[in-house]
Write a protein that binds this ligand. Structure first.
Ligand code: FAD
Length: 481
């Protein structure tokens, strides 16, 4: 093979798009043949296997990326297995260069470093780019060194750091798409990755989401057209779809945060600023995990590793997971998650707080459940939000803040629209009782066919008692510090 005909690999990872895709852009504009690959690696050391909802999303996102690449004369070739072995095999087929956008988690960085070494040894040029964050973890740091542990100063510094690069458009068309060389590990057909569920539980996901770049752009357009002006207030209303629903698209890189910010910059106002800051949380968590790589499983405040969590019975855990706690807003959230692979942000806080404070369970149990069931399950955002709620995070909720599921429901879902949607057995209860059916007079319950303990569970714990128990345990723990 002549040097001119040897392909450059574009290695797609958490950046499954054509727009603002620096690695793809560089490869296509080089004029060389381009070989677009994705390696499904669940076996390399330290890689966290994807949860079921993320696997579903990835399947559709890869299909969409392949369709998109074909519009510029390319194709996506899929491989599976240990990344280093797949790349080594590909290099033996004659490769000119390798291009990718950087990742920030420890195991993934280790893999990327090993791949870069491999390429260097083989004389294959490597170029890497920034593609999935506004600022890389080492860009926004305190003047005194180290890293930010609190969001507000981090975001202030990030904003002062200046604008990010403007997003790039779609490159192409490709001079030539290289054929996928046959090596161990692939190419394989998408179905061979086995990402879709064997028994079909994904109807709700299919009805709710459109994975892929087009779906991401449509979600952004809808948000800018109809929601951004009222985002600051509507994002907390449970019965209103007031947020962007961009999180799984961002998680899989179907849209870049730079594209979102660029689209937002044409708007001014407190809602747009609030929304930009939410994207800042995403970068902040990515940076924290970069600087403290064990945060997915270990508390930021190490003393919490000694916290005497309660061991939940399988029945109690199942009641939380499947929305049978007897607290309507908690149950609505957990059922929303199970049905459509997402949960309203405020309800994520309420349900997480219920698990770690009302039930005194280890936050990692809840984190793992969310990891399996959320379409946006993110290696940094998920554990760090859990740690925030559990009180063991970098800048956590004060330990004495225990979300009251009744008051939260009454405040953020005053007409019960959210509960009625996901807990239909309570749909006919008057607003006054929708968040506390156990207080409803018996004639009201009879009228709406609710039999507590039969058609809907009685509360699995008493809020007031659970609160006192949690405060005692947390206070005693703090005294040992
Ligand atoms: P919007 O309100 O429209 O926000 C825009 C974007 O900002 C989001 O898409 C997301 O990328 C980012 N963002 C918003 N809030 C946060 C936050 N608190 N932390 C980090 N980034 C944020 N978010 C995930 O992306 N993946 C997770 O695995 C995840 N797990 C969570 C677990 C718990 C216990 C809690 C309390 C929150 C979690 N979040 C997670 C944060 C938040 O709930 C979601 O990002 C948000 O609900 C997604 O909806 P949206 O895209 O409509 O958000």
């Amino acid at each position: 093979m002549t040097t001119r005909s040897k392909p450059t690999i574009v290695w797609f990872r958490d950046d499954l798009r054509l727009t603002d895709q620096p690695a793809l852009h560089a490869a296509v504009t080089s004029g060389r043949p381009v070989l677009c690959i994705y390696i499904f690696d669940q076996v390399s050391e330290g890689v966290r296997p994807l949860g079921a909802a993320s696997r579903w999303w990835l399947h559709h996102s890869l299909a969409s990326l392949d369709d998109k690449l074909r519009t510029i004369g390319g194709r996506l070739f899929l491989f599976q297995g240990a990344t280093e072995a797949v790349v080594a095999a590909l290099l033996r087929t004659g490769i000119e260069g390798l291009m990718f956008n950087r990742r920030y988690q420890q195991a993934e960085r280790r893999i990327d470093d090993a791949v870069v070494d491999l390429c260097r040894r083989e004389g294959v040029a490597v170029e890497d780019f920034v593609g999935s964050v506004l600022h890389e973890p080492w860009e926004v740091i305190p003047k005194t060194g180290g890293f930010y542990k609190v969001f507000t100063p981090y975001w202030r510094a990030a904003v002062a750091h200046g604008p990010t690069l403007p997003p790039m458009g779609v490159p192409g068309p490709m001079a030539k798409s290289a054929p996928g060389p046959r090596v161990e590990g692939g190419p394989v057909a998408l179905e061979e990755l086995g990402l879709l569920p064997e028994i079909s539980w994904d109807g709700g996901l299919c009805d709710t989401w459109e994975p892929g770049q087009d779906g991401a752009q449509r979600a952004l357009d809808l948000f800018l057209r109809e929601k951004v002006e009222s985002y600051a207030t509507d994002r907390d209303r449970l019965g209103v779809a007031g947020s962007s629903r961009l999180s799984p698209h961002l998680r899989f890189g179907e849209i870049s945060p730079r594209e979102v910010i660029a689209a937002l910059e044409r708007r001014a106002g407190s809602s747009a600023e609030k929304f930009a800051a939410e994207l800042g949380w995403r970068d902040f968590n990515t940076a924290l995990l970069f600087h403290v790589p064990d945060l997915s499983t270990a508390p930021f405040h190490k003393s919490y590793a000694r916290f005497p969590f309660t061991k939940l019975t399988p029945a109690a855990l199942a009641a939380w997971q499947h929305g049978r706690t007897g607290y309507p807003v908690v149950d609505a959230g957990m059922r929303q998650l199970w049905q459509i692979g997402t949960m309203h942000n405020r309800v994520r806080m309420i349900t997480a707080s219920f698990l770690v404070k009302h039930l005194l369970a280890d936050w990692r149990i809840g984190e793992r459940w969310f990891w399996d069931t959320l379409c946006d399950a993110d290696p940094a955002n998920n554990p760090l939000n859990w740690q925030w709620i559990a009180g063991c995070g970098n800048d956590p909720v004060p330990y004495f803040r225990i979300f009251n599921p009744v008051l939260q429901g009454e405040k953020f879902d005053p007409d019960g629209a959210y509960v009625r949607r996901y807990v239909p057995e309570l749909a006919d209860l008057p607003d006054r009782w929708i968040h506390k059916p156990w207080e409803a007079p018996s004639d009201v319950l009879v009228k709406v066919n609710v039999v507590l303990g039969k058609t809907y569970p009685a509360p699995m714990v008493d809020h007031a008692k659970a609160r006192v128990r949690a405060l005692d345990a947390l206070r005693r723990h703090r005294e040992t510090l």
